[in-house]
Every structure is written in C-alpha cells, then in structure tokens.
Design a protein around this ligand. Structure first.
Ligand SMILES: Cc1ncc(COP(=O)(O)O)c(C=O)c1O
Length: 466
C-alpha cells in the first residue's frame, strides 16, 4: 500500500525518489504543449493537483474565472430590460449561442438549445417527443450508455407511457465483452420500422468506446419509421458528453438529429449543456418547459398562446446567463489555448477543427500509454478497446482482490485524482459481470502530461503488488 497524503509534485517524489519537485513536461507533441496549457489553470499551478478525474468534470481556466467576476459586475437579465446593461448582456448571451453553434458545425445557430447539462438535454428530448410515441413503437439504446441516456428512455417506456395506455418497447444493443466495441449487427437487428429513436453514446464514459456514428445514422435512416412531421427514418440521438470536449465534431456532416453534451466537461463551469436539434425536427418539436420568454411578445390570451422564435421557444424562464456566456467563450478559448498564435491565417472553422484534432491526438498518446502499461501489470484488468484510436481518454480498470474504492483512496493518498464506482455506466458493469459493479477510472485531459501518466502507472503498479 502507498501511504502518506501527498499532493501534486510532492507526490512524485514518493514514488520516483528523484528528489525533484517539478514534473518533467513532455513537449514532443507538435501542436498541443501541455506546459503552456497548464499555466491557465489555478488548480494545477496553485493547487499543484494531479487532475486526472476529468470524465467527472474538468478544471476552470483563470480566464473564465476572471471573466465571470467581470460579468457579474455588468450583470442584468437578458431579453428583460431596456437598460444599456441589459442590452449589452443580451448581446453577449446571444453571441454565445452563435459561438457554440459554430463550434459543433451547426449551420444555423438557432438549432442549438441550451439546458443545464447532458442529462437535462436528453430529458428535454424525451419529454418533447413524449406525446408523439405511438402504441407499439420502440426505442433502441445500448448497454454502454451512461444512466443519463438510459433512465429517461426506461422511464418513458416503463413508467410514463403505460399510464397513457401506450406500450413502447426499450431494446438494448450489446457490445463485445472482450473488445468493448458496440455490436453494430445487434443494434441493426433491433432497429425496425417501429423504432422512433436510436439513443447511443458518442463515447462511453466507462469503456471509452466510440461507436461508429455515421453507420448508426445510416441504420436509422433506412428503418422506414414515419414521424408525424412527415420525416422518415428513426431519429438518432448522440450523447456527446465525452465526444464534444476532445473530438472535432461537425453535426451536419455526421447527419445526426440530436447531440447532447455538457460544458463542465470541457473547461467551463457547471450548469450549461448543449442540445443540437436538426431543423426539420425542431420546427415541430414541442417545448419541454413552459413559461416566460418562450412565448411571443404579447401573444398570450386566455384562449391562445403563441410561441417565441427559435431558439427562445425552448428557453422558458431566466436562463443561466453568465454560464451561457462562459460556455460560448470556452469554445474559442480552448482553441486558442491549443494553437496559440499559430494558424491565425486559416478560417475559424478550420482552426477549431485543427485544435480539436490536436487534443484528440494528444490524448490518444496518453491513453495508449496507460493502456499498454496497465495491461502489463499482474492482476490489473483494463476495460474497453485497447487501441486508443478507437476510444476516448478514459481508462477504467480493476485490480484483482482489491475494491476499486480502496484503489481510488490509495491513489488519492499520493495525490492522484481518480473515480471509483460504476460511473453511472451501471448497465455496462452488469453486462461485463463485474461484481461489485464498480471500477476505478483515470481520465486525462489537455493539461495532463506524460510524466503524470508515468506517475499514475507507478502508483497503480505499487498498489497491485501490495
Ligand atoms: C457519457 C455521459 N453522458 C451523460 C453524462 C451526464 O452529464 P451531466 O451530469 O453533465 O448532465 C455524463 C456525465 O458524467 C457522461 O459521462
């Protein structure tokens, strides 16, 4: 057992015995330079933390902390005042929607709705579509979903629609227990002309698996399901919580109908999640929440209510104003952090794509290293694909004979932040027969270094050999 609480660089000494206090930062990656990225984060620079629990939430850069303080001194409500302050903050708020839409390649900023996070965004889709489901319809999801993309559909099928006398079936596609890859044939078999929606992760937060989105879209398009708005083919909803923060995403090219994600997993504060909806669907979609600002100015009578234009039809009540502005800001800040002054000559879209590719490539290096090293330690089982190019940067593992909670506690004692539990991927833990249904997870992000990964490997090696 490793003992003695240590933090950040002090902890390195415990394991390496090098006597050096600083991490030896790897600068071999051509575009993404972790040393310059780390300087933006007080949690790392001042807190000296080894922030490797990023699948749970990421750290906030100084720029956003400063911006938040500044914004609160200029603060007023949006769409609800004629003061200069209200007009200025409304402009910034609406600008944020445009930045967010551009970041995911949405050709129209009005196709992006903002909610509290991925969970609320997926619930919004479920409630908005609820009345459209017909008796005998089905929903196809997978055994690798986060509970946020399973429980809403479970509740709809098992608890909500039966109360209205409608029977909707929930079908769950499997995955290969060895490779962690989605069983696409199983998914295809489960989709038929009664499949209203396919709900699939873009990247599993436990296995890391990235299912082939284009293939899933093509399966959905061919199903022949007829929606009341005239569209044909099963809708495809992608849970992008672990896709959008580290992958170039172009919703138009991907052809998906719904994409949900959370900004607190990509450097912004908690409280804002995006939901892209294809325009043809959005035009006739029912709102999920009703109230102020989502109605057309003056168009409310005892007889009839008319709704506001998009996307405000879907923003009932005072929104998370500052959170939204910070979420918009982070879509540009993350690109600037990675590229700095480089590639200023190319378009904003190309710059975003380049930065996200660099993040993906950098994280693949860290992830492959962790997979290779951890799989070679006696007693360690690593879950999901072993080829980092087929997964996102989460490495979930167990050590034979040790409870993952104890492993996480021992890691914390040497300053390594991890998460133990089922990570809300409860279905997948049961599917793999992991008992208790839990694992320990390390999830690097852009500010982590190869040196930190070596330290993590040494620490896990010591725990496994104890
Ligand atoms: C894959 C996945 N989907 C959905 C969620 C839910 O995100 P949030 O808690 O931000 O709503 C998470 C959060 O961990 C996740 O990892």
């Amino acid at each position: 057992m490793i003992s003695g609480k240590a933090s950040g660089s002090d902890a390195v000494n415990i394991l390496s015995g090098s006597g050096k206090m600083d991490f030896n930062l790897d600068e071999t990656h051509t575009l993404l330079q972790p040393s310059s990225i780390r300087e933006h984060f007080p949690a790392i620079m001042k807190g000296k933390r080894i922030c490797t629990n990023n699948a749970a939430t990421t750290q906030i850069p100084q720029e956003l902390l400063d911006m938040s303080r500044e914004l609160y001194s200029q603060y007023d409500n949006v769409h609800r005042g004629q003061s200069s302050a209200s007009i200025r903050i409304t402009e910034k708020f609406e600008e944020a929607y445009k930045k967010i839409a551009a970041f995911i390649g949405s050709k129209d900023w009005r196709n992006v709705l903002l909610y509290r996070g991925t969970t609320e965004a997926i619930n919004a889709v479920m409630y908005s579509l609820m009345t459209e489901f017909e008796d005998g319809d089905n929903i196809v999801t997978t055994h690798m979903e986060h509970n946020s993309n399973y429980i809403p559909w479970y509740a709809l099928c098992r608890e909500i629609t039966p109360k209205f006398g409608r029977k909707i079936e929930l079908r769950i596609a499997g995955f290969d227990r060895e490779s962690g890859e989605l069983d696409l044939e199983d998914l295809e078999r489960k989709v038929d002309e009664k499949t209203k929606i396919i709900c699939c992760t873009g990247a599993s937060n436990f296995l890391g698996t990235k299912p082939p989105i284009e293939k899933i879209v093509s399966i959905g398009r061919k199903s022949g399901y007829q929606h009341p708005n005239g569209l044909s083919g099963s809708y495809v909803l992608i849970d992008g919580a672990h896709l959008v923060p580290n992958t170039p995403v172009d919703v138009e090219k991907m052809g998906i109908d719904f994409l949900a994600w959370s900004f607190h997993k990509m450097l912004a504060p908690v409280g804002v999640g995006g939901l892209f909806v294809r325009r043809e669907i959005l035009e006739t979609l029912m709102p999920f929440q009703y109230g102020g600002d989502m109605i057309a100015e003056g168009k409310v009578t005892a007889e009839k209510v008319e709704y506001n234009e998009l996307p405000w039809k879907f923003t009932a009540g005072t929104p998370n104003i500052i959170g939204t502005i910070l979420a918009g800001e982070v879509t540009e800040l993350i690109v600037d952090m990675v590229l700095g002054e480089r590639y200023r000559h190319i378009s904003k879209e190309e710059r975003t794509e380049k930065a996200m590719e660099a993040i993906q490539e950098y994280e693949r290096g860290l992830t492959q290293y962790l997979i290779d090293e951890l799989t070679s330690i006696d007693g360690v089982t690593v879950y999901g694909p072993k080829d980092a190019s087929r997964k996102t940067s989460v490495i979930s593992f167990n050590i034979a004979g040790q409870h993952p909670m104890d492993v996480a506690r021992q890691l914390d004692e040497v300053g390594i932040e991890s998460r133990a539990g089922c990570h809300c991927a409860t279905l997948a833990h049961h599917y793999l027969g992991i008992n208790p249904p839990a694992s320990c997870r390390i999830s690097p992000y852009i500010y982590n270094t190869m040196e930190e990964m070596r330290y993590v490997v040494r620490a896990i090696g010591k725990i496994a050999s104890a």
